[in-house]
Design a protein around this ligand. Structure first.
Ligand code: WTA
Length: 633
């Protein structure tokens, strides 16, 4: 059975079927994949005890569904087209057959070094084909990959390695990012000083940066791969065996290891990829995300490769060597579907349309947006100048925890509306609850976005902390998955995401917990206390505004500012550096000692006309003092 939605009535029809009988609906879709043993039951769930299982007792290997199943049909078709950071460096194209051989070889390397089913392997790698090969090799032997975005600090990397007790780290000597070379192996060396579980590090030679190779621990990828067989039989995985862990920030505490399992994730990412982007065989699809984020997992690697698509992987950044780089690549490879983040669109928008007009962009059929709300101005620019008014924009709302796209137009099928993620995917039951947990029925309502019924690729647990998973997503509104986002359902029943309702900020499409940034700021020896909030930023979507109480004796604001920013960069990574640091004498607090972020958010947004009731504060006078110090600046 084809599961492709082709018309709006087809969508409505499938949506109804998926709601009336989800077991039957998902069963039919899952039958398109290859299972070594078929499931005995489609889904079993209990959101109150937090137990979610899909395709129960099903046995499979996700890479067998990418390779063995596809080779007869797509063997010589390009699987990955890789474009280097430097436009003058020749790219690499790997057909499904060639990629398969590399994955088998690297699977054998992992096995040779004692990595077994269930072991955790950390990837701290640039966007190079070896990163895709490593992910798939882990999946093939049943090891659990956990990719850490290569812009995170040694400290953040070490925390993640320790949290999941990883046995191996895969990295490169260096990482090209525009005109810069980042010595990533050094970061790994630094991190490993704090980790005892890792016994092997495999290093890809990419930038020829000089590195120290530790005896009995560090190995070169190219040497290892040259010594193994290219035959590998995929491990048999249970549908609910772990596929990967991906760390993401929440409103409290340290980043959480979101766990995804094998069968449901496979079924859902393939289904949503094929439908949302309306991929047709022969198309070239390009998602500009980094594999360190969920978008890279689901829609550069797994979804497209399961669908037998050609997926483009780009090592560089949108503005190197100039702001026309994305469009040059679109023309070079005749890209048909292009998927990026609003922050990239807004950043390119500031360069005007000149760099766009140098390229034809005639191959484009579908444009996608992900990671943060897309403002109407950026939506129109994308639609008019990149899509030339003829490409539908799929504004896809989803999360690390959801594994796949939840709300989105189906390209060319669902009529779009600027800044709206429009309608749910089949199988997804969004509900809007008010703060008391009462469901808001009907249209023209606004509230907390929750999901009522499980879907195949949803989070199963937080690695090592099932209780935290329950508390974070399933306790606030019992019986529902709570996304942490606010949403509006308009008069047409279309959904528009309003942004986070918790203490998570979204900076250039990257999630950060305010507590995480505060903890890093508080590491500075002169900092007494801090409070971090987001504020509207023209390019990044949200910027980071830090209110800091600091012992300023004999110190200048400017030097402390620099030191604190450096501190945050070292503790988390450059992406978490505050945009604005405001030194304040005190922070507004409730009588129970809680920081009133609502007030701080308003001051950061320069919206001080209506701060609400401040009389219940422990220290109402501090609000005026803060406003005065802002005005002074
Ligand atoms: C936000 C990225 C508005 C949202 C796939 C969510 C969006 C968080 C959209 C998840 C969108 C993602 N419109 N907001 N189309 N897509 N978000 O885990 O706040 O990195 O909760 O997953 O990004 O970010 P994450």
């Amino acid at each position: 059975m084809s599961s492709k939605i082709e018309t709006l009535s087809g969508y409505f029809h499938d949506y109804q079927k998926s709601i009336v009988n989800p077991h039957r609906f998902w069963s039919r879709i899952a039958e398109n994949s290859h299972w070594r043993e078929k499931w005995t039951k489609v889904v079993e769930h209990d959101f109150k005890k937090l137990s979610i299982k899909w395709f129960i007792d099903g046995k499979l290997n996700i890479t067998e569904n990418i390779f063995e199943k596809n080779l007869f049909i797509f063997g010589d078709k390009p699987a990955i087209i890789w474009e280097a950071n430097d436009p003058n460096e020749k790219g690499v194209t790997l057909s499904y057959r060639e990629l398969f051989i590399e994955v088998c070889k690297f699977s054998n390397v992992l096995l040779k070094h004692g990595i077994k089913k269930g072991d955790r392997v950390i990837l701290y790698m640039p966007m190079i084909p070896e990163a895709a090969i490593a992910m798939l090799a882990c999946a093939r032997i049943g090891a659990v990959h956990s990719i850490v975005f290569a812009g995170f600090s040694a400290q953040s990397l070490a925390e993640r390695i320790n949290d999941c007790d990883a046995k191996m780290v895969l990295t490169s000597d260096g990482n090209y990012r525009g005109a810069k070379v980042i010595p990533v192996k050094d970061v790994v060396d630094e991190a490993l000083k704090q980790c005892s579980s890792v016994n092997k590090v495999i290093v890809v030679k990419r930038t020829k940066t000089e590195v120290t190779m530790k005896a009995h621990q560090d190995l070169w990828w190219h040497e290892e791969i040259s010594e193994v067989s290219d035959v590998n039989i995929a491990e048999t995985m249970d549908s609910e065996d772990l596929l990967f862990i991906l760390y993401t920030s929440g409103s409290t505490g340290k980043p959480k290891g979101v766990v995804h399992t094998t069968g449901g994730y496979m079924v859902y990412t393939k289904y949503t990829f094929e439908n949302v982007f309306q991929y047709s065989q022969g198309d070239v699809y390009w998602c500009t995300a980094d594999i360190g984020w969920i978008t890279g997992h689901s829609y550069i690697i797994y979804g497209p490769l399961l669908a037998g698509a050609t997926t483009l992987m780009f090592e560089g950044i949108p503005t190197y060597p100039d702001a026309g780089r994305f469009w040059e690549i679109v023309d070079k490879y005749k890209v048909n579907q292009f998927y990026t983040a609003p922050t990239a669109i807004r950043a390119l928008q500031t360069h005007g349309i000149e760099p766009v007009l140098k390229h034809s962009l005639a191959s484009l059929k579908v444009l996608g947006s992900v990671g943060e709300p897309i403002n109407e101005e950026a939506w129109h620019w994308y639609h008019d100048h990149i899509g030339k008014g003829r490409c539908p924009i799929v504004d896809t709302w989803w999360q690390t925890e959801t594994g796949g796209i939840m709300l989105s137009p189906i390209a060319g099928v669902t009529p779009t509306k600027p800044a709206y993620a429009t309608l749910p995917m089949p199988g997804i039951l969004p509900v809007i609850l008010d703060n008391d947990g009462v469901e808001l029925i009907g249209n023209s309502v606004e509230g907390n976005l929750c999901i009522q019924f499980p879907w195949p690729s949803m989070i199963r647990t937080i690695y090592g902390d099932h209780k935290r998973c329950f508390e974070t997503y399933f306790s606030q509104f019992p019986g529902y998955y709570f996304s942490g986002d606010g949403v509006k359902r308009d008069e047409d029943g279309y959904y528009r995401i309003l942004g986070r309702v918790d203490d998570v900020i979204n900076v250039s499409g990257h999630r950060l917990g305010t507590a995480e940034v505060e903890n890093a700021i508080n590491e500075h020896p002169l900092v007494v206390e801090s409070a971090v909030v987001g504020f509207a930023h023209d390019i990044k979507g949200q910027g980071i505004y830090a209110y800091v109480i600091c012992d300023m004796t004999n110190r200048s604001e400017a030097s402390l500012n620099l030191e604190i920013r450096e501190m945050v960069s070292n503790m988390i990574g450059p992406l978490a550096k505050p945009d604005i640091i405001q030194f304040v004498p005190d922070l507004p607090k409730t009588r129970s000692g809680k920081i009133m972020r609502r007030i701080l958010r308003k001051i950061a947004e320069n919206d001080t006309s209506n701060l609400g009731d401040t009389s219940t504060l422990l220290n109402p006078e501090v609000v005026d003092a803060i406003i005065k110090s802002v005005n002074k600046k």
